[in-house]
Design a protein around this ligand. Structure first.
Ligand SMILES: [Zn+2]
Ligand SMILES: [Zn+2]
Length: 249
């Protein structure tokens, strides 16, 4: 499995870190996890354009995670697009309603190939890949989900935005790679998000093998302080997410 970080940032505009999105390549398929603003251009930079995707897994519908979702659906109507494989967008509970009321009125889904919108279940199989999902605590307004992808004995887990939540421990248990919300330093922790120390604590409890700290708000302090707080509890390899960083598991 190969994951490329397309956006390691948040909803705060940043020239260094784009809004949240990841490209997961596994068993011959390409999936986005979240689709923040700028995602489509990042795919162009990688020479892996939007129309080669198999679909998207949306963790939740905050604006920073879905900014390029409507443009993606719109782009799929490219005249003459040669594509026959299905495209599926998965999201948390309420996502079908969100798609119907927010996305579809301004971006009609393509009709030249199968196009699906689904709400994620606890587990599903996509060929050789098993995808598990878990509700995590983030917003009081709508559901947020983390996703775990297992293939060939390896696993990658995306926490999505979340506060400390024991349910994430189950999802992230012994993950080969855990990409986790690490929004702030502990001193500036905000409700609904993990701070660096808590992210490290959770990764240690889950016995994750490698940690990528992502969803990084700009901070005044040196970025190394995030790593230092992560390492208070987590003793495995940890690094900060960077846009266009690729990792193989
Ligand atoms: Zn976010
Ligand atoms: Zn959020």
């Amino acid at each position: 499995m190969i994951v490329t970080i397309l956006g390691s940032g948040t909803g705060t505009p940043s020239l260094q870190r784009q809004a949240p999105a990841y490209l997961l390549e596994v068993a011959g398929s390409r999936w986005l996890i979240d689709c923040g603003s700028g995602t489509l251009l990042q795919l162009e930079r990688l020479h892996k354009p939007f129309h080669t995707l198999d679909g998207v897994w949306i963790t939740h519908t905050h604006a920073d995670h879905i900014g390029d979702l409507t443009p993606l659906v719109h782009a799929m109507r490219l005249p003459g697009l040669r594509r026959s494989k299905p495209f599926t967008i998965f999201g948390p509970a309420g996502f079908c309603n969100f798609f119907q009321n927010i996305v579809q009125p301004v971006a009609a889904p393509p009709e030249s190939f199968p196009f699906h919108v689904r709400e994620a279940t606890e587990a599903c199989s996509l060929g050789e890949v098993t995808v598990r999902s878990q509700i995590v605590h983030h917003s009081d307004r709508f559901e947020s989900r983390g996703y775990r992808f297992d293939c060939g004995g390896k696993s990658i887990v995306f926490s999505g935005d979340c506060d400390y939540d024991p349910r994430l421990l189950t999802l992230a248990k012994e993950a080969d790679l855990l990409i986790i919300d690490c929004s702030t330093l502990d001193a500036n922790k905000v409700k609904g998000h993990l701070s660096a120390g808590l992210a490290g604590f959770l990764a240690a409890q889950a016995e994750a093998k490698q940690l990528i700290a992502s969803h990084l708000y700009p901070i005044e302090q040196p970025e190394e302080e995030r790593l230092a707080e992560c390492r208070i509890h987590f003793r495995g390899p940890v690094r900060l997410a960077e846009d266009l960083l690729t990792l193989t598991v």
